[in-house]
Design a binder for this molecule. Structure first.
Ligand code: FEO
Length: 403
């Protein structure tokens, strides 16, 4: 379903609502809550479309555009970002509007030539370059590596609207268009999960680019991202929230335990460690890597101090679900975490070295040796696991005192 809304005189938003679309940003992120994809059109002497929606929606998207424009043509297509959830339908749209000009960064042009193998009319823009469409002017701000090299954002000066593409996006997925139509805490939950999985690896770039944008002193009435809600009430809140996330400033006295278990033995250990950590006053959240969605686990890790990763031995390595979690931690680069490995094994205890080495690769500081037990832990071993949890909590307290 794509809903169209007039958000300002002559400016429309198209929201493609993917209730059944469990994949988000390709097949890497499965999310049973779905995701939404936003596009915008600005009608002036020239008509300008800003970003597309995900490819499966393209037929309906073109119908909705025609409901708004009738026989008028699109003159300009601003591609803020080439990832296929925003630009994958470009060929189909261009076939409808063959005389349109595509404005994008030079990196985006390179990628689009490689994606579509066709030389279109591309106008590459530089940082702070401006175009005029009649009474309106757009200023482009290049935002490389937030989160791909080609990303940019477009600012509509006269209406004080920032079209921010992936930045400030969220997983909020309904036909509510604006931030104030949600409970703020629910919206932040959706936005945090989005940030953790899409933007987090670019923390360093977010810090510098956001400051650069703030130094431009742009007036902002609306921030219009390509996912989730339009920000109109909580603009300052979400900018400040981005600054805190980018600096790891929201970290809590929280520890995440993520495990996978074949015959429940690793789960027994996870539970006792959790009790030990909780006894030290920490919030502990336990996730089963086979059962919980990975993007939620990553969101929870982002503002935790500690990560414990547990697995049964699977022949000569760890559980594939845990390998998936660890590769995500490496890719998403959460800042300043401490961790340890644990698990149960049958006849070879080789997998915990692998877990530890993956955690180190993700810059997680290993503060305690791996805890491993043979087959089912007995009562004494479970008591020991609880003590290990308490020691882990104590270690975090000691490290905090040096912060
Ligand atoms: Fe929503 Fe980077 O694409």
């Amino acid at each position: 379903m794509i809903q169209t809304k007039l958000i300002r005189e002559n400016i429309y938003s198209f929201k493609a609502i993917g209730y059944l679309d469990l994949d988000f940003h390709g097949c890497i992120f499965r999310n049973e809550e779905g995701a939404s994809y936003n596009s915008y059109i600005v009608i002036d002497e020239q008509v300008t479309l800003i970003d597309l929606v995900d490819q499966p929606f393209m037929d309906e998207f073109i119908r909705r555009i025609k409901e708004v424009l009738g026989d008028r043509k699109i003159d300009n297509i601003i591609i803020n970002h080439v990832e296929p959830d925003h630009a994958g339908g470009f060929e189909q749209l261009r076939a409808e509007y063959p005389e349109s000009i595509c404005f994008c960064s030079s990196e985006a042009k390179k990628s689009m030539l490689q994606m579509f193998f066709k030389q279109h009319e591309f106008e590459t823009v530089k940082n702070l370059e401006t175009i005029t469409t009649g009474k309106y002017t757009f200023t482009f701000v290049l935002t490389p590596f937030i989160h791909w090299p080609d990303n940019m954002i477009a600012y509509l000066n006269e209406e004080r609207i920032l079209f921010s593409n992936d930045a400030f996006g969220s997983l909020a997925n309904s036909n509510k268009f604006y931030d104030d139509e949600y409970e703020y805490s629910e919206l932040i939950r959706h936005t945090k999960e989005y940030y953790a999985n899409i933007v987090q690896p670019c923390n360093r770039f977010v810090q510098t680019k956001l400051q650069e944008i703030l130094d431009l002193n742009l007036e902002l009435d609306l921030i219009c991202p390509a996912h989730g809600v339009i920000w109109r009430k909580h603009i300052t809140d979400i900018i400040n929230q981005y600054i805190r996330w980018a600096k790891n400033g929201d970290v809590k006295d929280k520890v995440i335990i993520v495990y996978d278990t074949i015959w429940d033995n690793t789960e027994l250990i996870a539970n006792e460690i959790a009790v030990g950590i909780a006894n030290r006053g920490f919030e502990v959240r336990i996730f089963n890597a086979s059962k919980h969605r990975k993007s939620l686990i990553m969101s929870e890790i982002m503002d935790a101090r500690g990560i414990l990763v547990g697995s049964s031995n699977f022949n000569n390595t760890m559980s594939p679900q845990i390998a998936d979690v660890l590769e995500r931690i490496i890719a998403l680069k959460p800042l300043n975490k401490v961790g340890m490995a644990f698990g149960s094994y049958g006849w070879a205890d080789v997998h915990l070295n692998r877990i530890e080495s993956r955690l180190k690769e993700a810059n997680v500081q290993i503060v305690q040796h791996a805890l491993y037990e043979n087959f089912t832990p007995d009562e004494a071993q479970l008591i020991y696991a609880k003590e290990v949890g308490e020691k882990f909590g104590k270690k975090i307290e000691e490290l905090k005192s040096y912060d």
